[in-house]
Design a protein around this ligand. Structure first.
Ligand code: NAP
Ligand code: F7E
Length: 323
C-alpha cells in the first residue's frame, strides 16, 4: 500500500529535498505550510502539483491535530524550526517556542491521534557546541552555545522522552551542517557562493563576513534527507549522527568558492563585526559510523564538489537574471 508522509517545514531546504526523495520512493507527500502574506514555494515549485499542502503551524497544537486527523500519515518528519543560529540571539523566546516546544506539540498531536505514526526529529550538531569530544558521536555530551542550540537540545530530549514514555517510534537525527543550491541566503555557504556569482558578474565587489576560522563538517542536503527516511524504515527507533567526518574552515570555503569563478577570495572578503556571534561554535566534526553501518548511509558529494555545485548554480541563476 502507498505510504503517506507529513513534512513540517516543507518550504525549507531539507523539506524540499525530502519531498523529492519521498516522491521518488512512491510516497504520497503532505506538506505543512504556515500562513504568510506572500507564498514562498520556490523550493517546491517543481513538484507542487504532486504534493498536498496543508495550512498549520507548530505554534498551534490544534492545527497539527487537525492535519493528522484529516490526512492520517504513516510517517511525520518534523523539520519546522527557526533554524538560523544568529537570529536565535535576537529572538530567543520565539526560537524556543518553534524549535523546542514545537517538537512537543507535534509529538503530543501524534500521541493523541495515532501513536503508531513514525516520527523524525531534526536535531542538530549545534547541540555539541563547545565540543566535549572529537569527533562527535551519539554519546558525546551536549554543550549548546546559542538559544538555537539550547532549543534543539530540548527537542532532542523530548523526542527521546516520548519514545521512552509512550513507546512512540520516534527517532532523532543529529545532522551536521548540510547545504545545497537551495540553502537560505543567510547561511555562510550560500552567502559566499551567491556573493561570488554577484562579484563575477560585476554586481558587487565584496562579501562581508564574521569569523573565518570557524570549522564545520559540511555535507550535501540531498544526501542527508535519505538518512532521515532510512531511520523511519528501521524496526526500532534510535538516534543517529549524520556527518561527512571531514571539517573545513569558513576561510577554506571562501578559497574554494572564489577559485571556482577564477577569483582570489583575499581580494573580496571584508571582516565585519556584525556577523560575529556572542558565543561561537568553533569546531565541529562528526563520526557517522553508526548511520553508515546500521543504515548503509553514504555521501555522494564531497566538500569541494558541494561548494562548486553551489557556485555553478548561483552563477547560472545570476546569468539568467542579468541577460
Ligand atoms: P530552513 O530552510 O530554515 O527551513 C525551516 C522550515 O521551517 C521552513 O519551511 C519554515 O517555513 C518552517 N517553519 C518555521 N517556523 C514555522 C512554524 N512556526 N510552523 C511551521 N513551520 C515553520 O531549514 P533547513 O535547513 O531546511 O533545516 C530543516 C530542519 O533541520 C530545521 O529544523 C533545522 O533546524 C534542522 N537542521 C538543519 C541543518 C542544516 O544544516 N540545514 C542541520 C541540522 C539540523 P517558512 O518557509 O514559512 O519560513
Ligand atoms: O554559520 C560563520 C559562523 O550560519 C556557519 C544551521 O543550518 O547548521 C547551521 O548553523 C559558520 C559559523 O551555520 C558568517 O559564525 C562567518 O561559525 O552557515 P551558518 P551554523 O550556525 O553552523 C547547523 C547544524 C544548524 O542546525 C542550523 O540550523 O560560519 N560565519 N561569517 C558566518 N555565518 C553566517 N551565517 N554569516 C556570516 O557572515
Amino acid at each position: 500500500m502507498q505510504k503517506r508522509a507529513l513534512i513540517t517545514g516543507i518550504t525549507g531546504q531539507d523539506g524540499s529535498y525530502l519531498a523529492d526523495w519521498l516522491l521518488s520512493e512512491g510516497y504520497e507527500v503532505v506538506g505543512m505550510v504556515r500562513r504568510s502574506s506572500t507564498l514562498n514555494f520556490e523550493r517546491i515549485a517543481h513538484i507542487q502539483d504532486r504534493l498536498t499542502l496543508v495550512s498549520a503551524d507548530v505554534l498551534d497544537e490544534v492545527s497539527i491535530v487537525e492535519v493528522l486527523r484529516e490526512h492520517r500519515p504513516d510517517e511525520v518528519y518534523n523539520l519546522a524550526a527557526q533554524s538560523f543560529v544568529q537570529t536565535s540571539w535576537g529572538q530567543p523566546v520565539l526560537t524556543g517556542e518553534v524549535t523546542a516546544l514545537g517538537v512537543t506539540r507535534v509529538l503530543d498531536a501524534i500521541r493523541l491521534t495515532n501513536p503508531e505514526i513514525r516520527f523524525y526529529q531534526a536535531s542538530s550538531s549545534e547541540m555539541f557546541g563547545k565540543v566535549r569530544e572529537v569527533p562527535q558521536t551519539e554519546h558525546t555530551p551536549f554543550y549548546p552555545r546559542s538559544p538555537y542550540g539550547v532549543a534543539k537540545v530540548y527537542g532532542h530530549w523530548i523526542t527521546v522522552n516520548y519514545r521512552e514514555s509512550y513507546g512512540l517510534h520516534a527517532s532523532s537525527g543529529i545532522l551536521f551542517n548540510h547545504e545545497s543550491p537551495r540553502r537560505g541566503l543567510e547561511f555562510v555557504t550560500r552567502k559566499v557562493t551567491n556573493g561570488v556569482a554577484r562579484i563575477k558578474l560585476g554586481l558587487d565587489r565584496e562579501i562581508r563576513l564574521g569569523n573565518l576560522e570557524a570549522k564545520r563538517d559540511w555535507g550535501f542536503a540531498g544526501d542527508y534527507v535519505q538518512a532521515m527516511w532510512a531511520m523511519l524504515q528501521q524496526d526500532e527507533p534510535d538516534d543517529y549522527v549524520v556527518a561527512t567526518g571531514e571539517t573545513h574552515s569558513v576561510r577554506e570555503l571562501c578559497e574554494v568558492a572564489f577559485a571556482r569563478a577564477g577569483l582570489n577570495y583575499e581580494d573580496h572578503i571584508q571582516i565585519d563585526q556584525r556577523f560575529k556571534r556572542p558565543a561561537e561554535v568553533d569546531f565541529l566534526v562528526g563520526n557517522a559510523a553508526k548511520v553508515r553501518e546500521k543504515l548503509g548511509w553514504r555521501t555522494h558529494v564531497d566538500f569541494v564538489g558541494l561548494i562548486e555545485m553551489m557556485v555553478d548554480a548561483d552563477l547560472d541563476v545570476m546569468r539568467r537574471q542579468v541577460s
